[in-house]
Write a protein that binds this ligand. Sequence first.
Ligand code: 13P
Length: 288
Amino acid sequence: MRLVNAKEMMQAASRGHYAVGHFNLNNMESIRAYLLAAQEMKAPVILGVSGGTAKYMGGYKTITDTVEGFMEFLDITVPVALHVDHGTYDQALAALEGGFSSIMFDGSSYPIAENIEKTKYLVELCRQKGISLEAEVGAIGGEEDGKISEGECADPAECKRIADLGVDMLAAGIGNIHGKYPANWGGLHFDVLQKIREVTGLMPLVLHGGSGIPEDQVKKAITMGVCKVNVNTECQIAFSDALAAYYKAGKDQESKGFVTRTIMAPALEAAKAKCEEKIRLFGSDNKA
Ligand code: 13P
């Protein structure tokens, strides 16, 4: 099975009142972990690639070829979209060239008029190429340079202006942030989500910063129109905790314990298990 765009996944999720999981790739193990989790759970899946991952893993074309190669090798039959996460305008264009099936253009740092102009151009381009497009309104906060910024709430009127351009899914800040949530975090702003839903109609909404949001809030957001939930931090923590446990148990000192494939195996399994847990929470299991 080849890569597919996320359009049909989003429409089916909207009709079925569940959300498709977006899991960020960080290395080869993450490709294997998330493809196997999705296949075992019979779930559609979106693999996200940030600018940092694109650089680390050899650029967009290398990542496309690697993911497609693994899909063939592992006999993956569930729908898989390969998606740019928080792409700049140039990254979005480079990923289109590199064979990605889905793109997020994060124009949230531009003034709204420029965000609209650039999104409009990408809508046309993606439509011609059969690629799905996610846009963002209202910056999603998080930890940068050791400082935590609060998640912004998107302006519903701006959300409508971007949604009306014909994007396939819309990321709108509702107090969510990337990375670990601070202890005093006030939760998702469901009043804002409700207003965005009212003005954007059936536009599939995207919840970024999916790690660490209490389960009941994630479920409620899904009932209110969220069709895609992005997760990275929790899967990476599962991976790195498993690596730490490997060394703590002294397994690297056992015979052949230094073999890097062996070292990575429990970490890969831990990331896969976390991915499966999220797929279940989002209700996308058995939806492929
Ligand atoms: P977390 O790292 O908080 O799970 O967020 C992931 C994300 O939103 C990627 O776009």
